[in-house]
Ligand binder design. Sequence first.
Ligand SMILES: [Zn+2]
Length: 308
Amino acid sequence: MKKASQILPMEITMDSAAMLKTVRELNGRYPFLTVTTLGKSILGKEIPVLIIGHGKKKALYVGAHHGMEWITANLLLRFVNEFCELCQADRTVYRLNLSHLLQTYSIHVVPMLNPDGVDYAIHGTTPANPLYNRVIGMNGGSDDFSRWQANARGVDLNHNYNAGFAEYKRLEEREKIPCGAPTRFSGQEPESEPEVRALCNYIRFHVPIKPILTLHTQGEEIYWKSRGKTVSGSEAPVRKLASLCGYTMNEAKGLASYGGLTDWCIETCNIPAVTLECGKGTNPLPVSAFFPIYARLREVLFVSPTLF
Ligand SMILES: [Zn+2]
């Protein structure tokens, strides 16, 4: 029997269990979708990678570095679902024949790099967590984790990459960021966290892989430089992306300009990479923000692999 609609409901609170359930459903539906794993989080949760297509030219999209920004996983899973659905119907979208695209490209999608942080932000934590006392302490004694960004042990994954790490450590001290915090603590050393180490290893293994798009919320901005540095030839495609979604091209400033995935890609690996600050409002964005954000980013997600 033919299923009427294979577009999954995506206006849902996307904790790690909902993410895994969605990934399993997608995996069962599309023969040209491969699901593999990056590894496990600090608390042992799976970090899946979905790969659409089998072409030699690879691109990578990463969501939910930050706990309260879980809506970025909804965006990426919706994209995978829609891409596969349209491809199955042999459709042309944005002048791209998707079945043909699958022969030339493969799009690697990590919907949720930080499942533990997402679950803290959505559900808080309980004494069953072996890190309970530590993280309650890091959270100022509060059991309200709704603004938690870091991983399970208080490291901000988007400061744990090897890009300006030593300089950032000095700023961290100046700003009195504690060793373990809901946001902005970079960890003991670059790639100290299993989530980041696994992603860096994955990228190193798959080079050349470009572009690398990282989704955060919020601000409707595209960050594409790392402390003034750019990857040669990346300006025109980034300009194109900005024109497609109407986001402003910008440069991360201050503490935000160190140790992120985009910084590491640009400075260390010479891979064109952008951070998309999706949507506008106050984090955590409500799930009702999903459709308007997706509508603006849809073309960016479909065409990015072909632009760089
Ligand atoms: Zn973020």
